[in-house]
Design a protein around this ligand. Structure first.
Ligand code: K7E
Ligand code: CUA
Length: 661
């Protein structure tokens, strides 16, 4: 017992000392630089670069993942102004998402109703490798899910659960025609899940890589197949593009297959792997009848803009692929130092491994990889999957001089920008010559960086956003909890220039941005009342009514500036369950109405023009109880209210309702 503990602890402390040592030295000088450069950043020409005058609009939309908020926030660039929080995996009282009867099914999973998650990586749909601005995909990391956001309505349109997965981290990146959105498991687990000793992990746990097809017309997702890979940790992923379209690359760490104190035990191998997956080969294999259907259970939740309601369907099987059965489809690229991000340059020629315990960036060449595969130059295999030789596939090394590279973005002008967590900086380097061009500090400990379109064949290389993990002294203190900090760099010139800081919500691991000129013209303004197919919609005032069915009461209600129809209801009894189905009759942009009922153990609702939403109230006490509109909708907003008379459970007062009487 004792020896087992002592050996790793020794390594552990050496390792920690070396990592912390460099962290303290580098972030220490980063701090001091901070004081001086931040004065430089206040130069008036920099202020002008981010100043969006009152009434003017931003150049880009930036969608920042919400991390542990489970949501997605929308910002303008360069102003850093927040426009909206889009609820995705979490209940959201602001709008009633996840609380209204219509949206509860969106949060259904095989584990039941889950009101929160941890969202990491948004990615915008593409056509021919360019952002098309139709949808945005984002992963739920904890209870493995992928959501699709409709970029016309900026609402969550669909959530698909990913079975046989745990820690859906290498997600939700898309191929260059949005053929697939992928998911990869961070934690390998028994597949199928079963009761077994944890110590038997090695060789028995598996990691799934899931390919989810996206319907080119309506964006609907469908889990096409799942590769059942060796039990490593699959961390991040990126699609090939251009010449490497048809391939997908996934980083792994913990090829040691350790199941305890990974901090030490998963850092033993000098190199882990990037898994290169030829998904077109796998498609062929499936077309020829390959793959095995495995029984499973996962939720597929779809929201309809016509019925304004979501439905949840439980799916019962998944097509699994044994990688050793598809020769030529999967290879391992040895990559030093526990790589975190894997990124592919806009031409698709280079695959960048960001070895997080390293100073250097390993660049694999796609052409070299293909040549090595064709020459069958392998360096052994892992669980039947061929390992290519490091030197054969190497395209170059960026001797960065930084420490702890995590992620790389591209500007479309031939440069890569890599974030370094430990040395708190972003380093600009030249694709092909691998020389370092520029470096700037970040405040502090940057995770991902983001360039609008940086994940596509055509980036818009004007700004770089650094998403930092530590905020410390950047803003006024707000108690122990600080929002994370983003920093905006102007990258239009040779040298990067830090021009702005702004706080972000939750933990934006990654972000995706797109020119406003692509999205803004398509942004929907209202829902047409005439298209409303909600089964409980009140589309004309005479349809407003109240109906009793045993102890259940349905209130079919309409709202328009500045009253509810009906607004007085009598004949409700203690112990009833009252459903309010409320339709907003406005047909003007930006005129929502809200609804809150005293004592309702639920959030309120915010109902958009033309939309119907439902909430439940269970009156517990006799009396006359008000409800009101929560959104200041007109000069007579305070008049937008109503009463419900609640009588004893045994009373015989008839149900009645009225407005204006
Ligand atoms: Cu935070 Cu992409 Cu989840 Cu790196 S990940 S930082
Ligand atoms: Cu409707 Cu305020």
């Amino acid at each position: 017992m004792i020896t087992i503990k002592i050996i790793p602890m020794k390594k552990y402390s050496t390792y920690l000392a070396s990592m912390l040592g460099s962290f303290l030295v580098l972030s220490g000088c980063g701090n001091q630089d901070g004081k001086s450069t931040s004065n430089g950043a206040l130069a008036s020409n920099n202020a002008e670069k981010v100043y969006v005058a009152p009434g003017e609009q931003d150049e880009f939309y930036a969608f920042m993942s919400g991390g542990y908020s489970g949501n997605l926030t929308v910002y303008g660039l360069p102003s850093g102004r927040m426009f909206k929080e889009i609820p995705v995996f979490s209940q959201f009282p602001t709008s009633g998402y996840g609380y209204s009867e219509e949206t509860k099914p969106m949060l259904n999973t095989s584990f039941g109703f889950i009101p929160g998650d941890d969202s990491h990586h948004p990615d915008i749909s593409q056509t021919n490798g360019e952002l098309d601005g139709r949808w945005l995909f984002i992963n739920g990391n904890n209870t493995p899910r992928i959501a699709r956001i409709d970029l016309k309505t900026f609402e969550t349109a669909e959530i698909i659960e990913v079975p046989n997965s745990a820690g859906n981290h290498s997600s939700s990146y898309i191929t260059e025609n949005t053929e697939y959105v992928v998911a990869g498991t961070r934690f390998s687990v028994p597949i199928p899940q079963r009761d077994m000793p944890i110590k038997d992990y090695k060789g028995n746990f598996k990691g799934s890589l899931s390919f989810i097809s996206v319907d080119p017309e309506d964006g609907r997702m469908d889990l096409k197949f799942q590769l059942v890979m060796p039990g490593f940790n699959y961390d991040l992923s990126h699609p090939g593009r251009g010449k490497s379209h048809g391939w997908f690359f996934f980083t792994t760490y913990n090829t040691e297959e350790a199941n305890s104190l990974l901090e030490v035990n998963a850092s033993q191998n000098d190199k882990d792997f990037i898994a290169a997956v030829n998904w077109k080969k796998i498609e062929e294999y499936i077309e020829n009848g390959g793959g095995t259907l495995m029984p499973t259970n996962y939720a597929h939740n779809v929201y309809s803009d016509e019925t304004h309601s979501a439905t949840s369907t439980m799916k019962k099987e998944v097509l699994t692929i044994d990688p050793t059965k598809v020769p030529g489809a999967i290879y391992f690229l040895p990559t030093p130092k526990s790589p975190h991000g894997v990124d592919v340059d806009p031409t698709g020629s280079y695959i960048i491994g960001n070895g997080k315990l390293s100073a250097d960036l390993t660049i694999h060449s796609f052409d070299n990889m293909i040549a090595a595969i064709e020459g069958k130059k392998f360096d052994g295999e892992a669980y039947g999957i061929p390992i290519l030789k490091f030197d054969d596939i190497l395209g170059g090394i960026v001797k960065s001089g930084g420490l702890g590279p995590l992620h790389t973005e591209f500007d479309g002008k031939g440069f890569g920008y890599t974030t370094f967590f430990i040395s708190s900086e972003v380093v600009k380097w030249k694709v092909g010559t691998w020389e370092v061009i520029d470096r700037k500090p970040t405040y502090y400990s940057v995770g991902h960086g983001m360039i609008p379109g940086g994940n596509s064949r055509k980036p818009f290389g004007k700004y770089f956003v650094s998403m930092n993990k530590i905020t410390k002294d950047r803003y006024l203190p707000t108690g122990p909890e600080l929002e994370h900090s983003a920093q905006l760099y102007d990258i239009s010139g040779d040298k990067m220039e830090l021009i702005y800081d702004f706080p972000t919500h939750g933990e934006p691991h990654y972000a995706a941005a797109i020119p406003a000129s692509i999205l803004a013209p398509k942004s929907q303004k209202i829902y047409k009342l005439s298209d409303n197919e909600h089964p409980n919609a009140v589309k004309s005032i005479p349809e407003a009514r109240v109906e009793r069915d045993g102890n259940t009461v349905h209130v079919y209600m309409a709202m328009i500036r500045s009253h509810f129809t009906p607004d007085n209801i009598e004949g409700i009894k203690v112990g009833d369950k009252v459903y309010f189905h409320i339709t907003n009759h406005e047909q003007d942009f930006d005129v929502p109405h809200g609804f809150m009922m005293i004592g309702a153990t639920n959030s309120g609702l915010l109902i958009m023009p033309g939309q119907t939403k439902t909430t439940v109230w269970e009156p517990k006490q006799e009396g006359v109880w008000p409800f009101y509109c929560t959104d200041f909708c007109s000069a007579l907003h305070q008049e937008m209210q109503g009463y419900i008379r609640v009588s004893p459970a045994n009373s015989n007062i008839d149900l009645s309702w009225s407005v204006g009487e």
